[in-house]
Design a protein around this ligand. Sequence first.
Ligand SMILES: Cc1cc2nc3c(=O)[nH]c(=O)nc-3n(C[C@H](O)[C@H](O)[C@H](O)COP(=O)(O)O)c2cc1C
Length: 311
Amino acid sequence: MKYPKLQGTFVLAPMSGVSDVAFRVLAKRHGAAMTYTEFCSADGIIQGNDVTKKQFYIDEEEDPVGIQLFGSTPETVRQAAQLVEGRAAVIDFNLGCPAWHVLSQGCGSALLAEPEKIEELVREVAQALHTPFTVKLRLGLNDAHKNYIDVAKRCVSAGAVAVALHARTTKQGYSGNADWSAIRELKQAINVPVIGNGDVFTPEDAVRMLKETGCDYVMIGRGARNNPFIFTQANQLLATGTYDEITSEQKISLFWEYYKLAQKHALGFERIKGHAMNLTKGLRRSKELRVALGQTRTTQEIVALMEAFDE
Ligand SMILES: Cc1cc2nc3c(=O)[nH]c(=O)nc-3n(C[C@H](O)[C@H](O)[C@H](O)COP(=O)(O)O)c2cc1C
């Protein structure tokens, strides 16, 4: 099995609390070549948990999409992957999350301390699936323990068909800079697609990562959270050397597009509020609006504020 050949280069990162079905469709419509769900708990999937079900619900408009799982044992991740695989182009496994509640369950980047266990897990899951299986990792636990090349090679030999690398250690969290030289090194070390990730905030960053590292695809997280139009812009820059700036009007209209999709998928107030806050960041004269959005208690209040906003 192989990683799908994508119609484009720039992909939306899995982001818990952000990469919901409505936001993924929005990113896809605005140029993302691929999107990933927020990480879904393997245990939650097996237990039929309603929150988890919503996280991996896929709209007919979005294809290809990767469903990302987190878990700690080969059996639970295999079982969960088999339960959801029909819906996805790819099943991805999280080896990068630095959040304490995930690490303390032995999941996410905690597993980077146990490369043999990762290899065993990837082998068991990849062999059981009819869908390509991939991994997303960090550099290692800390500066003294950067084992991404070893882990990536083990994953590939066990059946992973692509590797995404967020070029920071677990200890770094989101501090410091992503080390893009590690992405270049990884690309030279393995023979499956490498998806580079970390600190792409502008279309220029996206194209520069591609050129400097030789990675196959560029994954964008925080830079897309406030501007899903970044995918269109990066596509334009790559193809023509220039791109259109996003206007305030377009940003507001992205919110309404998100809102319609959120309604279609019955997403709740907290999601809509989060995306309203993200999508209005950086707008001219939006300070008061964003303060007011922060105080809303209902979706109707958000809608009223957005309708009244005159950029
Ligand atoms: C709010 C938020 C939630 C995230 N949730 C996930 C997740 O569920 N799974 C995952 O692999 N990475 C997650 N990440 C990490 C991103 O996928 C990405 O690796 C990281 O943000 C670096 O990329 P960026 O610099 O383009 O943001 C999350 C990041 C943020 C900011």
